[in-house]
Write a protein of this length. Structure first.
Length: 112
């Protein structure tokens, strides 16, 4: 419902659902995963193994993402350490990004 001024009015159940969604987003769950979690949350007869399986899949995704980010960080850290950062125009960072030094990118992550 809405107030006379046009503002949405939420009940306790709505607020709990919104809080559930917010916390799920904070943990990086996708909208599809959140929809599944909401369905499981609302089904009091659900087995907890389904919830755990969904959360475990997401944790595995986060582990892969973390590995990718660490690889990107390592590659960029190496490039930063190779750059003199002085008045000279040569820059290993730009050379790597352009492929001028024969490299194909940042460990396969150059397309992001």
């Amino acid at each position: 419902g809405r107030s006379d001024a046009g503002y949405r009015q939420y009940g306790e159940k709505d607020l709990r659902t919104l809080q559930f969604i917010r916390r799920s987003r904070d943990l990086g769950f996708s909208l599809g995963e959140i929809q599944g979690l909401l369905g499981l949350w609302q089904d009091r007869a659900r087995p907890s193994r389904e919830v755990k399986a969904l959360a475990k899949r997401h944790l595995e995704f986060l582990d892969r993402k973390l590995e990718e980010l660490q690889s990107m960080k390592n590659a960029l850290s190496h490039l930063v350490s190779c750059c003199h950062g002085d008045e000279r125009p040569d820059c290993p960072i730009l050379e790597n990004l352009s492929g001028e030094n024969g490299s194909t990118g940042l460990g396969g992550h150059g397309g992001r």
